[in-house]
Write a new protein. Structure first.
Length: 249
């Protein structure tokens, strides 16, 4: 599934699932842009890991929800690295709480990063992809967008919204051979889930037929497939990587 000569941008590539996606794409020969918002040390660690595995890449810091900065940084990347062929909209946050007590700032922060961020980054890269008549946009949604979850109305709405965004973009861009798909992870061990109390982790495992939480690499390999040439006839789809906890579509 070689992608030699292509350039990618992975939002939130500094840690967790994003870091594993950066390493996966680099292993497929991609020149990888590692995005972060605040943790530049983690972004440097990701780039060092890419280089240690004989890959190449660069670091780019910006907030995906800041559309002006997104446009500026993606323009700079295009002129320095020859355009972005693969965009992975992975940056995401949670601000959990029951809806009755949820504040507007918690709603806005989650929608802005998880959903608007995918819109701003995709908008900034799509023209270049359309011109080249080749592109891959992969949105990292969540099983929560399909199942819902008490305490996560903001996150579930953002992740379900990503699926609608993906299907509509897929229809708009198909004529130019740009595909747009989702990967929907279940529970994956990262900074986002590491601190869940032991009893909650046990409750989660009981709902997973394969019996364990997933790893960032499990999500990265599905993403690597959607980025590859081999996936060219798939668009508007969601690949579920969740140990069987949700089997619908
Ligand atoms: N972990 C799971 O179980 C799970 C399950 C389903 C879906 N997901 C989704 O998978 C994605 C990655 O999750 P994760 O668990 O790897 O999270 P994580 O370990 O908390 O890492 C989040 C990443 O997003 C970046 N980020 C956050 N806000 C940003 C912003 N405004 N602009 C740019 N980058 C931003 C962070 O950058 P800094 O390093 O600079 O903070 C970091 O690289 C998210 O979209 C998440 O919703 C995760």
């Amino acid at each position: 599934m070689s992608l030699e000569g292509k350039t990618a941008l992975v939002s939130g590539g500094s840690r967790g699932i994003g870091r594993a996606i950066c390493l996966q794409l680099a292993a497929q020969g991609v020149h990888v842009g590692v995005n972060y918002v605040s943790n530049s040390t983690a972004a440097e660690e990701t780039l060092a890991a890419i280089q240690k595995a004989d890959g190449t890449g660069f670091i780019t810091g910006f907030d995906v929800a800041d559309s002006q900065d997104v446009q500026k940084k993606i323009k700079e990347i295009a002129s320095e690295h020859g355009g972005i062929d693969i965009l992975v909209n992975n940056a995401g946050i949670t601000r959990d709480g029951l809806m009755a007590r949820m504040k507007d700032v918690e709603w806005d922060a989650v929608l802005n990063t998880n959903l608007k961020g995918a819109f701003t980054c995709s908008k900034a890269v799509m023209r270049g992809m359309m011109k080249k008549r080749w592109g891959r946009i992969i949105n990292i949604t969540s099983v929560i967008g399909f199942l819902g979850n008490g305490g996560q109305v903001n996150y579930a709405a953002a992740k379900a919204g990503l699926v609608g965004l993906t299907k509509s973009m897929a229809r708009e861009l198909a004529a130019r051979q740009v595909t747009v798909n989702c990967v929907a992870p279940g529970y994956i061990v990262t900074d986002m889930t590491r601190d869940l109390p032991e009893n909650i982790q046990e409750m989660i495992k009981a709902q997973i037929p394969l019996g364990t939480l997933g790893t960032p690499e499990d999500v990265a390999s599905a993403t690597g497939y959607l980025a590859s040439e081999e996936s060219h006839y798939m668009t508007g789809q969601t690949l579920h990587v969740n140990g069987g906890m949700y089997m619908g579509n």
